[in-house]
Design a protein around this ligand. Sequence first.
Ligand code: FMN
Length: 192
Amino acid sequence: MPALRDYLLTRRSVGIGFLQEPGPNAAELEQILTIGTRVPDHGKITPWRLVIIGGDDRARAGAALAEIAARKTPGLDETSLEIERQRFLPAPLTIGVISAPKPHPKVPEFEQLLSAGNVAFNLEHAAFALGFAASWITSWYAFDPAAAKMLGVRDGEKFVGFIHIGTPSAVIEDRPRPALADIVSTWSLPAA
Ligand SMILES: Cc1cc2nc3c(=O)[nH]c(=O)nc-3n(C[C@H](O)[C@H](O)[C@H](O)COP(=O)(O)O)c2cc1C
């Protein structure tokens, strides 16, 4: 499948500032979610959940983030507060990917977390496959307990990231990629 190969050879993220309308419609979103959650999952335990932030909820989520940021840092200046209010703009849609590990006799939490990471990246691939662009970020609100709770995590869960999706408004330059010689080696039996 040369088209798939070419996509994989050239894919690059498009940050939220360069994502605009149109975003996925309901049918496209369902496909993106279906593709995104078709990932390796040892034990078939579905150790992840997704939360969708779109439409007017983007501004509501941003306003709530600004309130949390103001509580954390009293006296935070207006420019910084405005950055928080705009966190989910201008991208039409964001999907929060939550690692939701479940106790399992054979599948360690580490593997369950990796499966959630696969969902995040697969959502990106799905977005590109449908003609959109996407990027994966965490930012402070993935890790701040109050912000993460406000955005949807429950006890024992954490965000692995937020996938912003939309139509690119600019052509993004590629970034340097690692030289294979620096990261690949051929295994041989270690000397005793
Ligand atoms: C788990 C994870 C979290 C990330 N969080 C951020 C972030 O908070 N802010 C940011 O600017 N980039 C973040 N990035 C990096 C962006 O996804 C970045 O645009 C990406 O590495 C570009 O690579 P690509 O062009 O191969 O897609 C994160 C990446 C990963 C894997």
